[in-house]
Design a protein around this ligand. Sequence first.
Ligand code: UD1
Length: 353
Amino acid sequence: MKILSVVGARPQFIKLAPVAAELTAQGHEHVIVHTGQHYDANMSDVFFQDLQIPAPDVHLGVGSGSHGKQTGAMLAQMDDVFLEHQPDWVLVYGDTNSTVAGALSAVKLHLPLAHLEAGLRSFNRRMPEEHNRVLTDHAADLCLAPTQVAVEHLAAEGLDKRTVLVGDVMTDVCLMVAAQASPPASVPDGDFALATIHRAENTDDPVRLRAVIDGLATLPLPVVLTAHPRLVAKAAEHGIELSRGSISVIDPLDYPSMVGAVRRASAVVTDSGGLQKEAFLLRTPCTTVRTETEWVETIDLGWNALALDLADLPRLVTRPQPRDTSATPYGDGHAAQATVKALTESRSSSPER
Ligand code: UD1
């Protein structure tokens, strides 16, 4: 079987790692296409190195731009790549512009399309990620769902016959890396909150961004803010100082350092999807700076709380440790195996295209 994976943004490299390893272990041919959506070395290259992902076979080098320009630049190049490689499956990951571009290209060329991390919904249509997910799920021949809740969302949209529950590949990577990870020198020895902010809904409106940074700056413990390039760019554009009050800014961390830092932190404050789950897996209480989350299991189990009102941040971030749990809503660390099995079995029962 020949699989062509399309990736482009940081969380997709993490998801790609266990899938690439499993495809190779099972002797399948794997072509990796990197769109170039993320291009800084610390947003891209370090993940390939640390997670031992083979170098991309094709790099589209699209870089940054408005949604239409960025997605369009990917689309313009993808046809030739897909036609040259003629894969049995195009595999797209998550919910970024790289995901939807890969999906559109595949369906237009009648190539079988599989979506890993299908069925997540925030039900917030203002999020670019929500459009990307819904469009990709409905284009896909195979929806690879990470959780039972995702399976139910797909069923509610009439996609149950194309859906397979495989678990969450981020659990595979997180548990594997956690065994050896240690915190980086850039985090303090005592109590601290590890923070990341990058979502468009928190960064693009200057009033909102200032309020979020003010909230972090006044927390009653040191806050280590790993600054995503979007945050740095938007803060500079709006004249908002990031390094003040409780906040120390550090560069984005490589994956093993991030896992080590999450485990060492007393609290995580974030608007990232992946980090909410990593905090849960590593049992660090998380506070999510959003009005909703796709990862509702983390809330139900008490390990995550939504900061619906920024005034609640100090209370939420210093809340007592939640009750421990043995629940495994994100699988047992074997989602990549289940993914490759689903691809193999669905291919032999031949999708419609
Ligand atoms: C993208 C995804 C988001 C995901 C995030 C993970 C979409 C719509 N959003 O958001 O779902 O959670 O990746 O990080 O696809 N930049 C750099 N260097 C880089 C990459 C970005 O400087 O290597 C800067 C540029 O100023 C760019 C901005 O960050 O304009 C935003 O990057 P972009 O790829 O458009 O979206 P993200 O915010 O990273």
